[in-house]
Structures are given as structure tokens and as C-alpha cells.
Ligand binder design. Structure first.
Ligand SMILES: CCCCCCCC/C=C\CCCCCCCC(=O)SCCNC(=O)CCNC(=O)[C@H](O)C(C)(C)COP(=O)(O)OP(=O)(O)OC[C@H]1O[C@@H](n2cnc3c(N)ncnc32)[C@H](O)[C@@H]1OP(=O)(O)O
Length: 255
């Protein structure tokens, strides 16, 4: 799939979106050093027929506190990649008519997909996007999501058992209101858990929430010569990072 700069939200749109998120959730630690993005031609773009881009955090987690450091050994290896911490993720999405389920409402499968994807992003380090897969996803649908809404899926990892290849995460889907507008569908991976981000009960309308168990695959499925679309996306980002500036640190892609 061709990648052009047009497929990314503008830098201004991103900045605006991140600023609003910071304000609402007190996410001062959302790193702003790296502005990167890529299309995800697989599950999200297809399912939601929207573009997906990433604002990726700085590649290493030098400044994480001891408590958060346990989130660092995601790949269970003492490689450079193991230092990448992705304990939280946010997806902002526009859910339009193509996702209709009940009349006027968004289909539950699309909602589950968003929640699953956000926890998957929080679970998987960028260097190994195919590592953990969903073993179990439990979704509570609390309110109908009106078609034509902007929503946020706010995910965090709350427990890891690396020896047993298990990782537990949660996510909640909330009304984004004006927060996400103009960003289209996009996603952030955070260096710090969203657990701490207080719930904004005054402004947050919770549509659904989910808990998930992700399990690290023992063996990767054969790709029959095709590279993983996610790995391709990572590589694409590396090539874009040159365009975006020196502060965007490339990382080694796992091929
Ligand atoms: C700019 C851009 C660049 C960035 C791009 C990249 C960044 C983004 C990064 C990342 C984003 C990615 C986001 C992805 C999100 C989507 C994820 C999906 O949709 S995944 C598809 C759906 N899921 C499957 O298809 C799995 C199919 N199932 C399997 O493959 C296996 O069943 C598997 C791996 C889940 C487990 O099988 P076993 O044989 O390897 O492992 P066993 O030994 O059975 O289980 C290990 C432990 O897990 C428990 N377990 C396994 N399944 C369980 C279940 N369903 N319920 C409860 N426990 C379960 C077991 O009881 C065991 O626990 P005990 O060690 O004994 O404590």
C-alpha cells in the first residue's frame, strides 16, 4: 500500500489532539518528541475504514520510575527492544455509518475491535507488534454508541506474567466529544500507564469497557513470504522518521 504524507493527520491536528488529551487526563508525560505515523492496512483501517496513525513515544524509557520499570521487559529479552515500554495506549476514532449495528448505534463488533486494539497496543512493544495475541476479551456494553461519534479507547496494562506469557489489560471506550475531532482515527502508545489517569466522571461518558488476556505466541504462524503488515508499518515509520526530523528515533524492526 502506498504511503504518502497525505495519509497522516497534520502535525497541527496531532498537537491539538495531544494537548486536549493532556488537559483532560493529566497526561503530561505523553512524549511529544516523536511525531510518527503510519497506515495500518489490517484490522483497523479495514474494519473502521479510517486511517490510523501513531504518535509514538520516545523509544526508550530511561526516565521511568522503578515501579513502572517492570513494564519494560515486554519482550522478555535483554535486548534494546526490551527497553521499550508501552504500558498504555489511546485510540481516537470516528465511528460512522458504515459501522451500524442497532438502529442509530455502532455495531458491537466494531466496539470490541477498538477495545481489543487499544489493549493490544498497550500490551505489545513496537518492536514486536505480533508478539502478544488476544486469548480472551470480555466486553461490557454500557450504552449505545451513537453513529457519527468520536470515541476514545483508553487502555492500560495492569498485570504481566512474563514466565507464563500472559498479560492482562483493560480499556474503556468513552465519548471523545470535541477532543478527537479533526484527527480522524489515530492512536497513541504511551510510555506510562493510563491507570493513573483519573476518570473524568464529569465529562466522560463511558460507552463500554473491556478486560483482556493477551498471551505471547510460542510460535509465529508462517507468513508464506509475506511480511507482517504491522512489521511493514514499523519499517514504513522508520523511513518516514527521516522526514519528520532527527528527534524521531528509529528502532530496529523485527523481521
Ligand atoms: C507507526 C506504526 C507503527 C506501529 C505499529 C505497531 C505498533 C502496534 C503494536 C501493536 C498493535 C497490535 C494490536 C493487536 C491487537 C489485536 C490482537 C488480535 O486481534 S489477535 C487475534 C485474535 N487472537 C487469536 O487469534 C489468538 C489465537 N489463539 C492462540 O494463538 C493461542 O490459543 C494462544 C497463543 C492464545 C495460547 O495458546 P498456547 O498454546 O501458546 O498457550 P497455552 O499454553 O494454551 O496458554 C498459555 C497460558 O494462557 C492461558 N490461556 C490461553 N488461552 C486462554 C483463554 N482463552 N482464556 C484463559 N486463559 C487462557 C493458559 O491457561 C496458560 O495459562 P497458564 O500458564 O497455565 O497459567
Amino acid at each position: 500500500m502506498a504511503f504518502t504524507e497525505d495519509t497522516l493527520p497534520s502535525l497541527e491536528a496531532w498537537k491539538c489532539f495531544v494537548r486536549r488529551l493532556e488537559e483532560r487526563y493529566g497526561l503530561r508525560e505523553v512524549p511529544r518528541a516523536s511525531w510518527l505515523g503510519a497506515q495500518r492496512p489490517d484490522f483497523l483501517s479495514h474494519a473502521l475504514q479510517q486511517r490510523v496513525a501513531y504518535l509514538l513515544p520516545a523509544a526508550v524509557c530511561d526516565d521511568l520510575s522503578q515501579k513502572e520499570a517492570r513494564f519494560c521487559s515486554i519482550s522478555d529479552q535483554s535486548s534494546t527492544e526490551a527497553k521499550v515500554a508501552v504500558p498504555g495506549a489511546i485510540i481516537a476514532a470516528y465511528v460512522g455509518r458504515n459501522l451500524q449495528g442497532p438502529s442509530g448505534g455502532v455495531h458491537g463488533g466494531a466496539i470490541a475491535s477498538l477495545l481489543d486494539a487499544s489493549i493490544g497496543m498497550a500490551t505489545n512493544p513496537r518492536s514486536d507488534p505480533d508478539g502478544y495475541v488476544t486469548a480472551q476479551l470480555v466486553v461490557n456494553y454500557r450504552q449505545i454508541v451513537p453513529l457519527g461519534s468520536y470515541v476514545l479507547a483508553l487502555a492500560y496494562v495492569h498485570d504481566r506474567e512474563p514466565a507464563r506469557r500472559k498479560c492482562y489489560g483493560m480499556s474503556r471506550l468513552v465519548d471523545a466529544g470535541a477532543l478527537a475531532q479533526s484527527t480522524d482515527t489515530c492512536a497513541l502508545q504511551l510510555q506510562r500507564p493510563l491507570e493513573a489517569a483519573r476518570r473524568d466522571t464529569a465529562r466522560e461518558r463511558v460507552y463500554a469497557d473491556a478486560t483482556a488476556l493477551f498471551v505471547r505466541q510460542r510460535h509465529r504462524p508462517e507468513t508464506h513470504g509475506e511480511r507482517s503488515l504491522q512489521t511493514a508499518a514499523v519499517n514504513r515509520v522508520e523511513s518516514v522518521s527521516g522526514f519528520l526530523g532527527a528527534q524521531a528515533r528509529p528502532w530496529r524492526a523485527s523481521l
